[in-house]
Design a protein around this ligand. Structure first.
Ligand code: ZN
Length: 453
């Protein structure tokens, strides 16, 4: 009796051990399968499936991606099992993980073949801030709506550049819709040491066969659009104390006749000063297209012009005909001017007036500035007489006009002030280019040459 009991006890222990072993094996199998969600290949007589995702080992992020992959997989397998044709269905999931400043950028592409002419492609991105444990969108990086609009203009410009190089014709409607400043259009992006890369997926702008477009925007161009914490500090060092210009309320000029006076070839400590002294009487603000080579010798007057609410644009460094320059020369004409202005005012000019009005698409793509020409030429350098200059301007005046004058001649400056006096009587107001476009609800692009508004 006792003996039998003992045997039974041993048996019980054995059974318990056996159960534990079976449980461990089952658990290992389960664990293995569970761990394989991110990396697997399945082949059946109806379909092939391959999944590759490199785990970040950040649970919240990996869980999100797992959920996405598994739901896609389930949907595919359900469809594939109903497949009665000889076509092998296919499922390929691939992803790229990039990390920059503790933010993970995951862009995945899922190709599915479910019969038909070609594969279907679905792009999915996850941007995850591992410090604050938060998923992010482009809106978390870009400062506001205006900046988002600027980003879309830059993107457009880069895409045109891409299509130029690759000789791809771009449908204007696709371009406009595909670059609109919306979350969907800017879902796929990542940051790196050099700036932001944005991916425009097939069918967003180009056709399926032409594929995706990847554009790189360096910090030089995007830094000012980013929220402070995402700015690349290397590009904000060395900025002089920013001068805070007077910003006037332009509401009262709405529905008024507007003229933008623009002054080229300056600044000049003497003649520009006469102009600035006279502007107040006509409640006028104007735009200066300055030469980089003259900026440092006339620093004080440039600061005053800017501080008083006038606009400063570039007229290049040395006033050469841009059409005759190599790309290297062009870049130095543009960059040196912008640097000179930034060193004094702390801002990058957004507007450019090409010398002689000479510019083409290629130059515009290099400069990435808004090209402003004119529709009223005062011919001041020819007349050298204040009354003739005044007459020339008044005779051609119209709402939305851009007037060309040179503030390096005293007669030109006096002629402009006389013209303002006359035009004021006719109900005109005098605004900068930026004020003009705001009042007329215009958003400048990088491709157009503006002669008036
Ligand atoms: Zn000029």
């Amino acid at each position: 009796m006792k003996r039998k009991m003992k045997l039974n006890k041993k048996g019980k222990v054995l059974i318990i051990i056996l159960i534990i072993i079976i449980f461990l094996i089952l658990f290992a199998i389960f664990k293995r399968n569970n761990n394989l969600w991110n990396n697997q290949i399945i082949k059946t007589d109806k379909y092939n499936l391959s999944i590759y995702y490199e785990k970040t080992n950040i649970k919240l992020l990996d869980d999100q991606i797992k959920e996405y992959i598994l739901s896609q997989k389930k949907e595919f397998i359900d469809t594939a099992n109903k497949n009665n044709t000889d076509n092998m269905y296919d499922f390929i999931y691939e992803s790229q993980v990039k990390e920059y400043n503790d933010i993970f950028f995951i862009h995945s592409v899922l190709y599915k073949y479910l019969g038909g002419v070609h594969y279907e492609r679905e792009d999915k991105s996850f941007v995850y801030d591992s410090i604050n444990k938060k998923f992010l969108t482009i809106n978390d990086f870009i400062n506001g709506e205006d900046e988002m609009l600027k980003l879309s203009l830059i993107a457009k410009h880069k895409i045109y550049g891409y299509s130029d190089i690759n000789k791809i014709e771009i449908d204007k409607d696709n371009m406009n819709i595909g670059t609109l400043p919306s979350l969907e259009n800017y879902e796929h992006f990542y940051f790196s040491d050099s700036g932001i890369t944005i991916i425009f997926v097939p069918m967003q702008i180009l056709s399926w066969s032409e594929g995706e477009i990847k554009i790189d925007i360096p910090y030089e161009e995007i830094n000012s659009l980013l929220k402070d914490k995402y700015k690349n500090i290397n590009y904000t060092d060395n900025v002089p104390t920013k001068i805070e210009p007077i910003v006037r309320n332009i509401e009262k000029y709405k529905n008024k006749k507007l003229i933008a006076f623009t002054f080229d070839d300056g600044p000049n400590n003497n003649t520009t000063k006469i102009l600035l002294d006279g502007l107040e009487e006509y409640d006028a603000k104007v735009t200066f297209f300055v030469l980089g080579s003259r900026v440092s010798y006339n620093e004080e007057i440039l600061k005053r012009a800017y501080k008083e609410g006038n606009e400063i644009g570039s007229h290049t460094y040395s006033h050469r005909n841009l059409l005759k320059l190599s790309d290297e020369e062009l870049k130095s004409e543009i960059n040196n001017t912008n640097k000179s202005i930034k060193n004094i005012l702390g801002i990058n000019p957004k507007l450019i007036r090409p010398p002689y009005g000479n510019i083409n698409t290629h130059i515009k793509q290099l400069t990435m500035m808004h090209t402003i020409c004119w529709d009223i030429d005062s011919n001041d350098w020819r007349y050298k007489d204040r009354y003739k200059i005044m007459n020339e301007i008044v005779k051609h005046a119209h709402d939305g006009a851009i007037v060309l004058v040179h503030d390096i001649y005293k007669e030109s400056v006096l002629g402009s002030l006389l013209a303002m006096k006359e035009l004021k009587k006719e109900g005109y107001e005098f605004v900068t280019i930026s004020e003009m476009i705001k009042l007329k609800n215009i958003v400048l692009d990088y491709d157009t040459t503006y002669y008036g508004f």
